[in-house]
Design a protein around this ligand. Sequence first.
Ligand code: SF4
Length: 476
Amino acid sequence: MASHFSGVLQLTDLDDFITPSQQCVKPVKVEKKLGKSVAKIQIEDDGSYIQVDQDGGKQKLEKAKITLNDCLACSGCITSAESVLITQQSHEELFKVLRNNQTNEKEQKVVVVSVSPQSRASLAAHYGLSSSETGRRLTSFLKKLGVHYVFDTSFSRTFSLLESQKEFVERFQRKEQDRKALPMLTSACPGWICYAEKTHGEFILPYISSTRSPQQMMGSLVKCYFAEQLGLSPQQIYHVTVMPCFDKKLEASRSDFYLTNEETREVDCVITSGEVLKMLEEEKVSLNDVTPTPLDILFSNVSGNEFLSHAGSTSGGYLHHVFMNTAKQLFGDEIKELTYKTLRNKDFQEVTLEREGVVLLSFAAAYGFRNIQNLVQKLKRGKSPYHFVEVMACPSGCINGGGQVKPSSDQNPKELLQKVDELYKADLPVAPEDQTRVSELYETWLQNVGSERARELLHTQYHTVEKMTNGLVMKW
Ligand code: SF4
């Protein structure tokens, strides 16, 4: 298949197609000083590593175990992490905790599972159910396994949308003094964040929104608020999220989301939609046969027993909400509907607000690495016309994440994607400002919007990752 990239871009080994990753290795020095002598490392035919000392003595070296904490965000596994050996975050780990809860009363943990709306839609398409029905049956299945609470990350996404709206208005107002205040680039996609930190570091990071993703908002909510409400330490809660991609595992493993004093992560384990299907299959359960159960409404975006959603893209609707809010707040325009203009391809779209021929707001959505790379190049050349860009690593966005349920052999992938898209959009949208439960939490938990506490618990930071010398990653 012909690639859409220019020759230069191909050398970076990035493509928009989800393909097996490069081998995930942590580079080590091949010469080791032992006192005054230098030992050499030689690689045998069977791939094992042998240390050869100066006196000729040989010693077989142990293989180092790579965990998510060692990940260098080398771009090799972005959006294609299926082949990375992830031992800490898998559905087996969740099973282990649930089994331990049954046998070890003293070390029992409260198990909380937060499900993303994209995963719900993916499983709904697989079982031929509505998204809400899938949510109710999944809650029932998980609770039978011993899970205590099942929440919905479209609830925590409300915080992400409100904080993004606020952050954008602040950046827009200081754009004259701060050259890098705009465009504000969204931060909910860890595939994009890994790539930005590794490949463009210091140049790009100031543009990226500091607002946390819905997964990490829920992490904060569950470990810092809910634990307190239950009278537990954050460590006594085991928090699992169900996500459409593997990159969310990397996000949960970031040191920024580790509670040092409490020695626990805000999200302990991330499992994908596909892994949930595996759990169901391992338990020999079909969601079609499960009796639905009422939803846990405490941290769920629901009306009655039906899930609600947010307007805009199936990747969270950031562009939609930030645009609507800014148009109203800064320019007094109450916009009913956004008109998207497709540019190079369906994954690069633009929305503008104009008055008397003057462009007041210029927003874009750039999905997939070919569009992301074009965007970054424009930024570097000072040719980007945008104030805001919703950036997502996967073509078609989160609905098409690498961890979604795969099409069966007789299923057309495009038709499946369209089905998942329809199921996701069938949930009625609600404006973030109208979610009274979130407004209450701002008052009781965070003091108010924009408080120091909100800044600490709802925002994060990014770090330049040192480049390793690698023939496949070329500086450009
Ligand atoms: Fe994951 Fe969504 Fe980013 Fe794809 S676009 S890597 S599904 S967060």
